[in-house]
Design a protein around this ligand. Structure first.
Ligand code: ADP
Length: 644
């Protein structure tokens, strides 16, 4: 900035001659009306009048008691102002000495008044130089101070702190006591901090203002803050107005505050979203764990208390492996190996320590990869102890049930077996009695004996049924691959007598090759075909055996044109010894279908019937493909183990 023409320049002029002072004031003020001469004859008075408002000192050389050079020295001790030596007695030597003592310029007194023009120019030029230097110095000083205060801005962690730091700098560095800090949110101006006399309502700050605005009347400057999508403004003012020289520095301050504002707003956003995530993580039931790739815990959610019996701070920085049951440590190898390769995964179950107890958890994880390196691994650990306990209890009940079933089967088997021998004796001896000594009995006696024989035979049938039922499902009855077509031929051969007697027509569709227990498969098909012929009044009885492939299982049907089954009875048929009460005319014990059901279920299938009374029935059963082969393998290995 230069002191242009017309700008006021205050000059202190000292001379021991009154006339010199008067001439100088008259001619200099005439030569440059911007000059304001204040005249002195007494050096002490001049020194007392020195302050910031003085722009230049013009001094005579020889004065009583002091010379111009000495005065120059004293003036410069107090203020930084140009000093011009104005003398009629000068010489080159004097001039050189004067410059050495700090005099800024040297003008000779002439009798011709035109030399005042020269003096006026020199005064203006020196004043301008000093003002410019003064401004530069002040600028440098403030810049230094600004730098010194940058720490305040960078330490601010909230908008309020940032506003206070800014206000502090405005006051300390620039000396303005008024600072209003405001941000723009959703197109609205939101004041964060105000001190001093600035009323926000009076301000006209546009949301997208990027230009610094100087409001001279109000004595304030609006410094816009803008970086990316974050913006606001700092309004700075003072009742005495804002110095022109500060305007560019305030712009610099605006840039620095903008950067801090951006950082604070981003930090606030991050901490808000961090808060949100933290509350999610802390409220989920799973234990959320962050570990380093080598397994040290860097974060664990509070739900760890329930699973590990310890608070997060106790588990932090421990190794994950420390929390795992010794016997299950090998399961963690998968976790370490995969996560180090940057892969996620799941360990369905393993045991962890909870105080002195153990708990079961399932563990899924996913690594966080940064710049191609595994930085952290985030895991969700779910307490499945309750499920494991339930499974254990269920397994125990199943084991007990299996044991009870086995005992019951064994019991049935033994009892039936033991019952059969005396019964056979009764039946045999009754038959011998009737055959060999029947004549000794009257008709009633023979009838009684015949009834004993029939009842014995019937009971033997029941016992045979029971024996058969107890045998079904015993594992060691060899699963093997078989052609059901061939099996059916054997079945028909076994039923030869019944087929001949009834002249039944049996059609066999395309039969598959299956893996099953051959003995029971034959028994099953034999029972169903035999019933289809037995409970049949049609001439001829027709039976159709067929099979469909239904994906993972075979679907067999045995269809007849027999008497059919009343709907109300269908659900009872598969119970042991149950028969349709109205059909007593057909021989049987009622064990056949329950044996069929047990056979089918032991091979993992289902059995059922569809029927229309008077028109015939279709008995169906399924045979799963996979299960049969698995059981075949299981049985094979069990049998091997047992006989080794
Ligand atoms: P049983 O043949 O010894 O009577 P099952 O258990 O084989 O015993 O059959 C039970 C009952 O189911 C039979 O008594 C009969 O009433 C009925 N039943 C079975 N198969 C058929 C069929 N194909 N048609 C009509 N009724 C049937």
């Amino acid at each position: 900035m230069t002191v242009g023409r017309g700008q006021r320049i205050r000059v202190l002029h000292i001379d021991d001659e009154e006339a010199q002072l008067l001439f100088a004031k008259t001619f200099l003020e005439e030569a440059d009306p911007g000059l304001e001469l204040v005249s002195f004859r007494d050096p002490a008075k001049l020194l007392d009048s020195l302050d910031d408002s003085v722009d230049c000192v013009v001094s005579d050389y020889i004065m009583p008691g002091i010379d111009g050079m000495e005065l120059c020295h004293r003036v410069k001790e107090r203020v930084s102002v140009p000093f011009i030596l104005y003398t009629g007695r000068g010489s080159e030597v004097v001039a050189e000495a004067a410059f050495k003592r700090g005099v800024d310029d040297y003008v000779r007194k002439e009798s011709d008044p035109s030399h005042y023009q020269l003096l006026a120019k020199r005064i203006r030029s020196q004043a301008a130089t000093y003002r410019r230097l003064g401004e530069q110095r002040r600028y440098q000083e403030r810049l230094e101070q600004l730098r010194g205060n940058l720490g305040l801005l960078s330490e601010a962690s909230s908008l309020r702190e940032l506003a206070e730091a800014t206000s502090h700098i405005v006051d300390r560095v620039f000396g303005y006591d008024c600072c209003c800090f405001t941000v723009f949110r959703d197109g609205k101006m939101v004041p964060v901090f105000t001190n001093g006399h600035v009323e926000l309502s009076e301000l006209d700050i546009g949301v997208d203002s990027t230009q610094q605005v100087v409001d001279e009347d109000g004595g304030r400057v609006v410094v816009p803050l803008k970086l990316g999508d974050v913006h606001g403004a700092v309004v700075i003012g003072s009742p005495d107005g804002v110095g022109e020289q500060d305007e560019s520095l305030l712009g610099t301050l605006g840039t620095l505050v903008s950067q801090s504002l951006h950082r604070v707003v981003q930090t606030e956003k991050i901490s808000a979203s961090e808060e949100q995530f933290r509350s999610i993580v802390e409220n989920v039931q799973d234990v959320i764990v962050l570990t380093g790739p080598e397994g040290s815990i860097t974060y664990i959610s509070p739900s760890c208390l329930g699973v590990f019996g310890s608070a997060p701070e106790e588990l932090m920085r421990r190794m994950w492996g420390d929390l795992v049951h010794d016997e299950d440590l090998d399961k963690l190898e998968l976790f370490y190996a995969k996560s180090l390769r940057g892969e996620g995964g799941v360990i369905p179950e393993y045991r962890v320590r909870c105080g002195g107890e153990e708990r079961w958890v399932s563990h899924s994880w996913s690594p966080i990869v940064k710049d191609g390196e595994v930085w952290q691994v985030v895991s969700a650990v779910n307490d499945i102890t309750w499920r494991k306990n339930a499974e254990k209890a269920l397994q125990m009940s199943l084991d007990e049930l299996e044991q009870t079933n086995k005992e019951l089967n064994d019991f049935t088997h033994i009892v039936s077996h033991d019952l059969k021998a005396p019964l056979m004796t009764i039946e045999s001896f009754s038959s011998f009695l009737l055959e060999d000594h029947g004549d000794s009995l009257d008709v009633a006696g023979q009838d009684y004996l015949s009834r004993v024989i029939t009842a014995s035979q019937r009971m033997m049938g029941l016992i045979d049924g029971l024996l058969m039922l107890s045998r079904v499902g015993r594992k060691h009855t060899g699963y093997a691959e078989m052609d059901v077509g061939g099996l059916m031929e054997e079945v028909l051969e076994d039923l030869g007598g019944q087929l001949d007697a009834s002249s039944a027509v049996v059609t066999i569709g395309e039969m598959p090759v299956v893996v099953a227990q051959e003995v029971w498969m034959k028994q099953l098909l034999g029972n169903l075909v035999s019933n289809a012929i037995k409970f049949n009044e049609s001439k001829p009885p027709r039976v159709e055996v067929s099979c469909r492939d239904v994906g993972d299982h075979h679907y067999f049907t045995v269809t007849d044109n027999g008497i059919g089954i009343p709907e109300s009875q269908r659900h009872l048929l598969f119970r042991v010894f149950s028969r349709v009460p109205t059909e007593k005319r057909y021989p049987g014990t009622g064990a056949g279908l329950s044996i069929c059901r047990k056979i089918v279920e032991s091979m993992g299938g289902e059995i059922g019937v569809e029927s229309k009374e008077g028109f015939g029935s279709t008995f169906w059963f399924t045979l799963p493909k996979g299960r049969a082969s698995v059981m075949a393998t299981e049985i094979e290995s069990e049998v091997k183990a047992e006989f080794q």
